[in-house]
Design a protein around this ligand. Structure first.
Ligand code: CTP
Length: 398
């Protein structure tokens, strides 16, 4: 059972927040409440005080005995749930603004956070709100999406808070998921490596880093301490207190970073697209065009196979997961990689056609494990693939 701090903010749906508090208590959780000034206009703090048997934090300055009440509460919290979350509190949380009791306590909370937005549909659709939400998701905040229904304004629209029992179920689900990898250390690589030719040129690939980043985020949400090692990525990296970021642009740098992080880890997921060859020589000055207009030959040498190297020296119980990006004979090639690289699991995906899976938001993968039949998953969002993969990995790590 968790220690949950519920934040009520200024949305008409604040009354539903009271029922959520009751629901969480019924499910066995210990609940304390913080309210914004606007929320206190909609619901009486006395009600929540009576329900929780705790003082409701509404102001940082009105308790002489407890000069920094927000830090005590932030440290106590195991899950922070903002319900309903107004556009204002989302904006504050996304931007680190701490100008009242609620926003300051939220910022001081290192525990996982969930937000359940509720607002007018135009406020929901506003580019600023959507920008803030995207930022919050990158920061590892779980969003309970609003639903379409009758809004307080009297018309139908998107922005309605889901029913309190649905919110309680989502919290229960989140807490269960958070237990999956509690106490585990997971290393994830993402993006593509770059092998330099000279100070301005390199050999690279089309990997965006989306899949690796989604896996790192899912692992952190499952309670793991994550090291995310990134090559070149074209999407923003997460800023999650449970994700340590390490940059490694070349295969050699990535090998060192992976070996270092994997020593104390329980699992490695190699989602990065790693170069198989690098230039034999790297020119110290920019290579100039010659007058002969002729051909040029690049001499390449093989790089180290990071996955294979790490898998060969893993401790019992350590899990090594690789990807297989193929343009043809997907299963045959993926099966070969599973055997040759000594991986515990290969996630095979097709990169055939223009761009393949590169840069896309969704993916269709097949999971291969030693001694098991390949398991074809339906096409789904990369974030969903990541969550399912983490659930599967957690089961293997039990
Ligand atoms: N990989 C690695 N080190 C390398 C090359 C690949 O660790 N030098 C990892 C990738 O991160 C991925 C898996 O091996 O998890 C398979 O990568 P992929 O590019 O599909 O296969 P390759 O081994 O490079 O083989 P090929 O290019 O012949 O398909």
């Amino acid at each position: 059972m968790a220690k949950i701090t519920v934040y009520l903010s200024g949305s008409i749906a604040a009354y539903k927040g009271v029922t959520v508090v009751r629901g969480l208590q019924k499910a066995g959780h210990e609940v304390r409440v913080v309210m914004t000034a606007a929320a206190t206009k909609l619901v009486g703090p006395a009600t929540l005080n009576a329900l929780t048997k705790y003082p409701v934090l509404t102001d940082l300055w009105n308790d002489q005995d407890q000069p920094i009440p927000h830090i005590e509460l932030a440290d106590w919290t195991e899950l922070a749930l903002v319900v309903p979350a107004s556009a204002d509190i989302l904006a504050k949380l996304a931007n680190g603004i701490a100008d009242d009791a609620a926003s300051t306590t939220l910022l001081a909370t290192a525990a996982p956070k969930m937000v359940a937005p509720a607002m007018n549909r135009h406020m929901w659709a506003a580019p600023a709100t959507q920008r803030n939400l995207a930022q919050l998701k990158r920061d590892g905040v779980a969003v309970i999406e609003p639903v379409t229904g009758r809004l307080a304004e009297g018309y139908q629209g998107h922005g309605r808070l889901p029913e309190p029992d649905q919110i309680v179920s989502r919290v229960q689900e989140f807490l269960r998921a958070h237990e999956l990898l509690a106490g585990k250390r997971v290393v994830v690589t993402a993006g593509g490596t770059r092998e330099p030719l000279d100070p301005v040129r390199y050999i690279g690939n089309r990997s965006s880093g989306k899949m690796g980043i989604a896996i790192a985020t899912a692992a952190a949400q499952a309670g793991a301490q994550v090291t995310l090692i990134t090559g070149q990525v074209s999407v923003p990296v997460p800023h999650d207190p449970n994700i340590k970021l390490v940059s490694a642009l070349t295969t050699e740098e990535m090998l060192v970073a992976v070996q270092t992080a994997f020593k104390g880890a329980d699992a490695l997921v190699m989602a990065a697209a790693v170069a198989d060859y690098r230039p034999v020589e790297v020119a110290s000055q920019k290579v100039k065009k010659t007058a002969d207009h002729g051909e040029r030959t690049l001499k390449l040498t093989e790089t180290v196979d990071i996955l294979k190297t790490v898998a060969a020296s893993k401790r019992p119980g350590q899990q090594v997961v690789g990807f297989a990006a193929e343009t043809e004979k997907l299963l045959d090639h993926a099966q070969d990689k599973l055997t040759n690289k000594g991986a515990d699991m290969i996630v095979a995906n097709s990169v055939a056609g223009h761009n393949g899976a590169f840069g896309q938001d969704d993916d269709q993968v097949t999971i291969l494990q030693p001694g098991e039949k390949p398991e074809r998953w339906p096409r789904m969002a990369k974030t969903a693939v990541a969550q399912r993969l983490i659930t599967q990995l957690a089961a293997k790590m039990k």
